[in-house]
Ligand binder design. Structure first.
Ligand SMILES: [Cu+2]
Length: 506
């Protein structure tokens, strides 16, 4: 990592080549909790690594009344988003009738949705789960398959040459007649011509194969988390742009509209951008800020007081098609004397990652004497499994907190971070889906006179006033084994509070 630092009077300019991590910052699967009409469902969608590919869907119904579930993938918005094809019937587990599974082909990349229709004793209900569909990597061909195909190709190529030779030499011989020298010569000529034609065909095939592979790789690159270009434009103002793509990158040419324009992003739970600054390498401080558009394709945030250090940056935005993007970067900041935080901005600082004690701890002590308690499952945490993370908020006397308020319209926000920064997921009570995409999906359902936005009732339990229950739940699944730090953010009596939990995942 190179750092170039120049000082122009007061202005400090920081430009950093940013870190590249895998698609959607390492957590591509979708976890969603909401209601299909009268039925509360927990839906998880394991997206395929390549597109087209098969998505594995698991649905758990909290209600015993669900008899059948149907699922169908379609576009989230735009053409095709209101013409659902015939849905597939999910398989109901014999051992556990509240558990359903299905496999769905995802045929295209981009912002998709999976429509889930539940049928049962209480009638019909429907919900839509936004699914960002993107190829995550190019799978190599198996060696044995490559060998087999090569052998078959050689057989066909050589066979074609000899067959043509035989046809020209012996095609119209009388019975018992032997080919003469003229026929033999003609046959040899035909074989040479055929060999040249076959070689030309193979060459064209190779070109086609190569261009297809390049095209696929471009599609993989297209959906990678974009690099953030971060600039400190004065003593405390951080500007965020998309880093220019490297020379030779063809990502931008691949499609119209282009990959992502920060000038076009749509609001996601009340803000156009959610910016997270994590102090590295210990993750012992975290800021959750909300930069505003700063003209053109730039966003800017006024930083509060921050100690000098290296920070990892994750910036969540949603494009107009409902596809969520996380910009990724690192920046070395000097000591910042900034503005007091206001609005929905919040910060936390505390213990470093990751002590053995913290990995066991289920209780986080808040500064006012209250606590956040994670109802930690007794079984080890497993990667890939859909989990329900439940946190109880208690006041200083250990009683359920009565002063809980919605924070940006929801009971809580959680950030799951792997200390190597290869995983970052910003999760809500409705799950890992972006709230902006969920709005688009529910608007689509409502537009058809379907279950009018009932899913939002769970995602957004109340209006931004009045007390809410002192228990916050987040549906999510760890993408890989390893250690994780979980930031749980809630609001009590007008103050945002952050509880931090460490976990080891097998
Ligand atoms: Cu949030």
């Amino acid at each position: 990592m190179r750092t170039r630092l120049r000082v122009f009077g007061l202005a400090v300019l920081l430009l950093l080549p940013a870190l590249r991590v895998s698609a959607h910052v390492g957590s591509p699967d979708v976890f969603y909790e909401g209601k299909a009409g009268p039925y509360p469902l927990f839906v998880s969608v394991r997206v395929p690594q390549v597109i087209p590919g098969v998505a594995e869907i698991q649905i758990r119904s909290e209600s015993k009344d669900v008899r059948a579930i149907r699922v169908v993938p379609m576009r989230l918005a735009g053409p095709g988003s209101n013409l659902p094809p015939t849905p597939d019937l999910a398989t109901q587990s014999k051992d556990d009738p509240q558990f359903f599974t299905a496999s769905l082909w995802l045929m295209e990349s981009g912002a998709l949705q999976v429509r889930v229709q539940a049928d049962g004793a209480l009638g019909q209900g429907e919900v839509s789960v936004p699914v960002p569909s993107s190829a995550q990597r190019t799978l190599p061909m198996q060696k044995s398959l490559a060998g087999l195909l090569l052998a078959l190709m050689l057989l066909l190529a050589v066979g074609a040459v000899f067959i043509v030779g035989a046809i020209v030499r012996e095609g119209n011989l009388e019975g018992g007649e032997a080919p003469d020298e003229v026929r033999n010569r003609r046959a040899r000529r035909a074989m040479v011509v055929t060999a040249v034609l076959v070689a030309a065909l193979l060459f064209l095939g190779r070109l086609w194969w190569g261009s297809d592979a390049t095209d696929f790789q471009r599609r993989v690159d297209f959906f990678k988390p974009p690099d953030a270009a971060l600039t400190l434009v004065n003593s405390h103002r951080l500007e965020i742009r998309l880093a220019p793509l490297g020379a030779g990158s063809q990502v931008q040419d691949l499609r119209t509209p282009p990959r992502l324009r920060l000038g076009d992003v749509i609001p996601d739970h009340g803000h156009l951008m959610h910016l997270f600054l994590l102090r590295t390498p210990d993750l012992d401080a975290m800021w959750h800020l909300h930069p505003k558009p700063a003209g053109g394709d730039a966003f800017a945030a006024d930083l509060p007081d921050m100690p000098a250090g290296r920070y990892q940056v994750f910036a969540d935005v949603v494009d107009p098609r409902g596809f969520p993007w996380t910009l990724v970067g690192t920046t070395d900041l000097p000591q910042i004397s900034g503005k007091a935080m206001s609005g929905d901005d919040s910060m936390w600082s505390g213990a470093s990652l990751v002590s053995a004690a913290a990995l066991e701890s289920a209780t986080y002590q808040l500064p006012d004497g209250g606590r956040i308690v994670w109802q930690r499952p007794s079984a080890p945490l497993k990667a890939g499994a859909p989990l329900e993370f439940t946190f109880d908020v208690q006041d200083k006397d250990g009683r359920p907190a009565e002063d809980m308020q919605p924070y940006m319209g929801m009971a809580g926000h959680a950030e799951f971070v792997r200390p190597d920064l290869s995983v970052f997921a910003h999760v809500h009570p409705a799950g890992s889906v972006s709230m902006a995409a969920l709005d688009l999906a529910q608007a689509g359902l409502a537009g058809e006179g379907g279950a009018s936005g009932s899913a939002m009732s769970m995602a957004m339990p109340m209006a931004d006033s009045g007390p809410i229950p002192p228990e916050v739940r987040f549906p999510y699944g760890f993408p890989r084994a390893g250690e994780y730090r979980i930031f749980v953010q809630i609001k009590r009596a007008g103050r945002v509070e952050t509880g931090v939990f460490d976990a080891r995942v097998e």
